[in-house]
Design a protein around this ligand. Structure first.
Ligand code: HEM
Length: 411
């Protein structure tokens, strides 16, 4: 057996969930285009290769269909219906379907003037931190990082204020869908996901109706307006787009805030720098996204044979583009395993690259900046409460189970 075939490559093993960077460094150095029998996928770990792969037409994003087809034998009816609901999401489509959806969503995003949302997000973070301190809570995820993004997306879509808790609940159910996030171990996850999705889609349909008769300055109303070319999203597409925004923007942003706080706590000299020079927050957020960003792996299917570093990659195979490894490639970043909040330039690919690059990146950055800045400012003496936090066993996302902290803020 060749040495590279013996590399421990199980990214879901407990040690790799706790610290993926060690195993990823070995792969990146010794076998940067690695066939993993464990994952039945190619693991691509060098920055240049991952960045190039994100623009390679031989790699398809149409990944829900084959994934669910492979599972069909276990769970036919639920998978089929989930597939119907989700296979149209732009994140899992290729051009030309993707091009049209992305253009129509991109236009509505532009109209939202994300930069003007800062004040509203500050007020939200403030009130979450008020409750966190006054209630004597300790888990920053449950009380701050988790509720913030769902509330922001619900508001952005124009959902009435009273419905925001339901949004958070649906967002949880969405995370159970078979994308490798959350609850892998739950045998009933397809049924639960399906029930949650059906409820969410029904709700979104009624929201579409409401905004059709009473348009507002929200993003859903903006997505209903005729494009200059006369093109519009169909009702199903509108509903699907809203669900996608909730799915794509919630857990990721929660993890961006939580992983960022943890990295600061584990590197006190960087936390001290941020306290001393709060204006560092902009480069700090980029660095924290590079250092331990929310997305570990992006999944692609090969639709055309190609060669990479002497390996023959064949149509029908699966490729994992390991963002977490690329973002710590020493060929691209000096001292990659050390967070340096003033790192600049910082060409990380935590938001992907190419045609599917994150459409919500500006919003995610704004929320993360405001949340981190306020946590640091309002919680003096912030420290980890209870030993080392645990990471979820998830292939796609880098996600903590909880983040319990202590601090010296007066109640
Ligand atoms: C720090 C938080 C976030 C991170 C790290 C992140 C990361 C990513 C990445 C890596 C992709 C590319 C996926 C691929 O190539 O397969 C992506 C796509 C996407 N993201 Fe984000 N995201 C974040 C927050 C958000 C937010 C807040 C929203 C919306 C409210 C959002 C909406 C989307 C959508 C709709 C796509 C699909 C774009 C397309 O297929 O063209 N994301 N995101």
């Amino acid at each position: 057996m060749a040495a590279h075939e013996m590399i421990a490559d199980d990214l879901l093993a407990p040690a790799a969930s706790a610290d993926p960077h060690r195993v990823l460094a070995t792969l990146r150095e010794q076998d940067p285009v690695h066939w993993s029998a464990t994952h039945r996928a190619w693991l691509v770990t060098r920055y240049d290769d991952v960045a190039a792969a994100l623009g390679n037409k031989a790699l398809s994003s149409d990944r829900v269909r084959p994934l669910l087809e492979a599972r069909k034998s276990h769970d036919a009816s639920a998978s089929d219906r989930i597939r119907e609901l989700l296979s149209e999401w732009m994140v899992v489509t290729d051009p030309p379907a993707h091009t049209r959806l992305r253009r129509l969503a991109g236009r509505a995003f532009k109209q939202q003037q994300i930069s003007a949302m800062g004040e509203r997000i500050e007020r939200l973070v403030d009130s979450l931190l008020d409750e966190f301190v006054a209630g004597g809570h300790t888990d920053l995820i449950a009380h701050v990082a988790y509720p913030l993004p769902a509330t922001v997306i619900a508001e952005m879509l124009g959902a009435p204020a009273g419905d925001r808790d339901r949004f958070r609940h649906w967002s949880d159910e969405l995370a159970l869908v078979a994308f490798g996030t959350g609850g892998q171990a739950r045998p009933d996850r397809h049924e639960r996901a399906l029930r949650g999705l059906e409820e969410l889609f029904d709700y979104l349909r009624s929201l579409v109706e409401l905004r059709r008769t009473q348009p507002g300055d929200d993003m859903l109303s903006a997505m209903m307006v005729d494009d200059s070319s006369g093109e519009m999203l169909t009702e199903d597409e509108l509903v699907g787009m809203c669900a996608l925004l909730l799915f794509a923007g919630h857990e990721t942003t929660t993890n961006s805030i939580a992983n960022g706080v943890l990295a600061l706590l584990e590197h006190p000299e960087q936390l001290a720098l941020l306290r001393r020079e709060p204006e560092t927050i902009t480069t700090a957020v980029e660095e924290l996204l590079r250092f331990d960003g929310p997305i570990k792996v992006l999944n692609r299917w090969v639709v055309e044979d190609f060669d990479l570093r002497g390996r023959s990659i064949r149509s029908g195979e699966r490729v994992y583009l390991v963002i977490a490894a690329a973002n710590r490639d020493p060929a691209r970043f000096a001292e990659p395993d050390r967070p340096d909040l003033s790192r600049n330039p910082n060409p990380h690919i935590a938001f992907g690259r190419g045609i599917h690059a994150c459409i919500g990146a500006q919003l995610a950055r704004l929320e993360t900046r405001i949340a981190l800045a306020e946590v640091v400012e309002r919680l003096p003496g912030l420290r980890l409460d209870d030993g080392r936090p645990e990471w979820k066993a998830s292939l796609a996302s880098r996600s903590l189970t909880e983040l319990t902290v202590a601090h010296d803020a007066a109640r």
